[in-house]
Design a protein around this ligand. Structure first.
Ligand SMILES: [Zn+2]
Length: 161
């Protein structure tokens, strides 16, 4: 079967929302503002700027320091403290998942669904492992009066020796 020519694609009917409020639907910045509002966060200039860097490129794992570098590199005037605060606000609002590795290194994951990680030790890079590929066969009983809220597996990788 041959592919339809490009000009035919443009003439295909596109489903467009009719409501006046949705006239901006499809605009990424507008969608980001809506996403922040839906999560109970006022879409301030700095939140929108950081949200853009975080969410516009697909799923990623990023440290506060790296996001700060990206922000200043894209001429966003912001302090590292504000980057930290914003990342924690996003996490509390459920937009990010915080992953601590080694107790000192904290990554923020834009994929908030249940999954696990490979950690490539040489580059400190996290790679997602789908939840269904990890089976937890045995765990100790939780402490008295407590229940397990989640289990996060980090599988550390190094080059074969
Ligand atoms: Zn992840």
């Amino acid at each position: 079967m041959s592919r339809p020519a490009a000009q035919n694609l443009t003439s295909l009917p596109i489903a467009r929302p009719k409501a006046v409020n949705d006239v901006m639907a499809g605009c990424p910045v507008h969608e980001l503002r809506s996403k922040l509002r839906r999560s109970g966060l006022r879409p301030t200039r700095q939140r929108v700027a950081l949200g853009w860097l975080l969410f516009a490129k697909g799923d990623r794992h990023i440290t506060a320091e790296r996001l700060y570098e990206e922000a200043t590199g894209s001429r966003v005037t912001i302090s590292l403290a504000t980057v930290y605060n914003t990342l924690h606000q996003f996490t509390l609002a459920g937009l990010l998942r915080e992953i601590s590795v080694d107790g000192s290194k904290t990554y923020f994951d834009t994929n908030t669904s249940k999954h696990h990680h490979f950690l490539i030790e040489e580059t400190n890079q996290l790679v997602d492992i789908p939840d269904n590929l990890v089976r937890i066969l045995d765990l100790p009983d939780p402490l008295e009066g407590m229940e397990v809220s989640s289990v996060d597996v980090v599988v550390r990788l190094r080059k074969k020796r």
